[in-house]
Design a protein around this ligand. Structure first.
Ligand code: FES
Ligand code: FES
Length: 208
């Protein structure tokens, strides 16, 4: 009887694949968005119930805010959350939609340098604000030091929580370049990681 040879495994490792995917997503998003200086007002369809009824107040207001250094002006309905606005109107999909009720911290963005839950804040209340999303951290195709440290430490598995952790870490590092481990843990305590990568997240932020 002849022994059947198993085919050799080829291609990239799981770690290499994840690193490449995350880096490609962030760099690609930054490059596309960076080319825009002023976005045109858009009028997306309002949310409706399954029976077709329009949900929430109909009033809209044109507001301007800065998102990742770009001035963005749009007509915004009073009921829109900042999370929906950033994702569905501005088109920046790096801010995750997770629990949608303020419980997981995955949708964290920076408003005037302070981490806030974008699913629990109305876009209309952010008129004039300076907003930073995960797409705004890379510069000229180069990932920020904290993003690079997350890749180096493989501080993610599914990546759903990663933008929230990175932005909380950035806000802390902007205030204090060498925080203690306790300070890092405190800064990211509002972000939930379902995959349990907390130890690596703390290490990545400390090392960035
Ligand atoms: S999606 Fe905003 S806190 Fe979970
Ligand atoms: S890496 Fe999966 S939720 Fe944190």
């Amino acid at each position: 009887m002849t022994e059947e040879k198993k085919p050799e495994k080829k291609g990239v490792s799981r770690r290499g694949f994840i690193q490449g995917a995350v880096a490609g997503l962030v760099v690609g998003a930054a490059a596309t968005y960076g080319a825009t200086t002023m976005m045109q007002p858009t009028t997306p369809a309002p949310p409706t119930t399954p029976t077709g009824e329009v949900v929430g107040p109909a009033e809209a207001k044109t507001i301007t805010m800065t998102i990742n250094g770009v001035t963005v002006m749009n007509s915004v309905k009073a009921r829109w959350t900042l999370q929906k606005y950033i994702r569905d109107v501005v088109g920046l999909r790096g801010t995750p939609e997770a629990c949608d009720n303020g419980a997981c911290g995955n949708c964290t963005i920076l408003k005037d340098g302070i981490p806030v839950l974008s699913c629990s804040m109305l876009a209309i209340d952010c008129a004039g604000a300076d907003i930073t999303t995960i797409e705004g951290l890379a510069s000229g195709g180069t990932l920020s030091s904290i993003q690079q440290s997350f890749i180096k430490n493989t501080a993610f598995q599914c990546g759903g929580c990663t933008p929230g952790f990175i932005l909380c870490g950035k806000a802390l590092k902007d205030k204090k370049s060498s925080p203690s481990e306790d300070e890092v843990r405190e800064a990211v305590s509002g972000v939930l990681c379902r995959c349990g990568t907390y130890e690596r997240v703390v290490k990545a932020i400390m090392e960035a």
